[in-house]
Design a binder for this molecule. Structure first.
Ligand SMILES: [Mn+2]
Length: 249
């Protein structure tokens, strides 16, 4: 069985090229049951309400449902834009959800999966913010807002953090951060460490160990396939020219 890994689509609008490509890619997986790993920030904003869904995500959720009906397993690791996936993901769709990270055994490999926003263990302000956004009182307070407001607030926060991120990325050294993160996971028994978050497709392999960063599904359309223990990093064929998305990233 083939296993597919992708992250960081930051979906906002079904008319966007990246959204349409993701639907096209997922449709192509209908041919045979597989396992699909979504490693966070698939959505620009997701908060798991009990009875409410954001309308823009219906096409994707329908496609995930079709895959599930055909026997595909879906594993979701929450990112920094999509968290508390909630009952729709776990119960209705029947996905396995990891809020932080997971260590799984597949095809004789021990795979550590996470979104990647926690790889920098010294970034205490971020870890604090992350914990705050996920704590029950914050969630309870945020849930009081009408979902339309929550959507606007999250979009505003997303635009702000992207500006800050552009400045921060200049100082980022993802290879080093990822190697350090992977070494710790190797010590805990993993032999394949996969993250997203950095929007940086990268694969480093030695005989026994592999580090993989997935890149993004915004403009790179990169993803990984695990087939009989062998991992490859590839990208989705794009026949259309990369037109600007409906919103600026
Ligand atoms: Mn992220």
């Amino acid at each position: 069985m083939k296993r597919y890994f992708l992250a960081d689509a930051h979906l906002k609008d079904p008319r966007d090229l990246n959204y349409r490509h993701l639907l096209g890619f997922l449709r192509s997986l209908e041919e045979e049951p597989c396992e699909l790993f979504l490693l966070g920030d698939i959505f620009e904003f997701w908060m798991g309400y009990r009875h409410t869904l954001f309308a823009v995500y219906v096409p994707l959720l329908e496609q995930l449902r079709r895959l599930r009906e055909q026997g595909t397993e879906i594993v979701f690791v929450e990112g920094n834009h999509d968290f508390r996936m909630g009952p729709y993901f776990t119960k209705t769709l029947g996905c396995t959800v990891f809020p932080r990270e997971g260590l799984l055994e597949r095809d004789g490999r021990r795979i550590h999966i996470s979104h990647g926003d926690l790889v920098d263990e010294e970034d205490f302000p971020y870890r604090l913010l992350r914990a705050f956004l996920r704590c029950a009182p914050f969630y309870a307070a945020f849930s009081v807002f009408p979902p339309d407001w929550a959507w606007e607030i999250a979009r505003w926060a997303g635009r702000r953090s992207r500006k800050k991120r552009a400045a921060r990325e200049k100082r980022w050294d993802p290879e080093n951060l990822l190697r350090r993160h992977a070494r710790r996971r190797f010590a805990q028994g993993a032999d394949l460490v996969i993250t997203g978050h950095f929007h940086f497709p990268w694969l480093e392999e030695s005989e026994e160990e592999t580090i993989l960063a997935l890149g993004d599904w915004i403009s790179q359309f990169s993803y990984a396939i695990l087939d009989e223990g062998k991992i490859t990093l590839t990208s989705y064929p794009t026949e259309e020219e990369n037109r600007p998305l409906s919103n600026s990233y």
